[in-house]
Design a protein around this ligand. Structure first.
Ligand SMILES: [Ca+2]
Length: 204
């Protein structure tokens, strides 16, 4: 009985380890290492503010793009890679450093919109702190009209920022835009199979 328990424990440990090895590994798409990588609205680079990947973050200062004062910047994407990720339910993660002072025009919000199939869809938005802190924000592909669209035709994406009163919140810093995949079912099956094999060997 004791031996069996140990075997079960070893098997479970193997399963746990195997599961850990296939957990989502984010793929860095944009790190802005002193290069715009095709993005618009990049106002320079910092080696001290907002750096979370590599040695540089991008200073992002988008021009007014919509009549209500929304700040946008164009996003030149590898749409093929993004399409592939989108189909698995992957998420976009982005590190954003907000302004270091309250702009006095209400809360500051940041979001991502995409143009696709002739429509404009939000991937979500967040109110961000104005204490200069750096935080990670998650944008979900599974937004209605996006995740359910098997033939998504991305043409443009934008990071926008604005204050509650519709003004420019100033320069933000962005870094480490990455895609975090969800584990594929096939990988999970392999992991479980591996764990069960180890469990059998321990029990012999
Ligand atoms: Ca970087």
């Amino acid at each position: 009985m004791k031996r069996l328990s140990m075997a079960v424990a070893a098997g479970l440990a193997a399963l746990w380890c195997a599961g850990g090895s296939v957990s989502a590994q984010a793929e860095v798409i944009y790190s802005w290492e002193n290069a715009s990588q095709g993005w618009g609205s990049i106002a320079g680079y910092s080696t001290t503010t907002g750096v979370t990947e590599g040695t540089h973050a991008a200073a992002y200062d988008a021009p007014v793009g919509f009549s209500w004062g929304m700040q946008t910047g164009n996003w030149a994407l590898d749409f093929a890679a993004l399409n592939a990720a989108q189909k698995t339910g992957a998420k976009i993660l982005l590190d954003i450093t907000g302004p270091n002072e309250d702009p006095g025009e209400g809360a500051v919000s940041v979001g991502i919109w995409i143009w696709h199939n002739g429509a404009n869809t939000s991937l979500g938005s967040y109110e961000i702190p104005t204490d200069g802190s750096t935080n990670t924000y998650e944008f979900d592909f599974a937004t209605p009209g996006v995740g359910g669209d098997p033939g998504i035709d991305w043409t443009q994406a934008r990071i926008w920022s604005t204050t509650t009163e519709g003004y420019d919140p100033g320069v933000l810093y962005i870094d480490n835009l990455r895609i975090e995949p969800i584990p594929e079912p096939a990988s999970l099956v392999l992991a479980v199979s591996g764990g069960l094999l180890l469990l059998q060997r321990v029990r012999r």
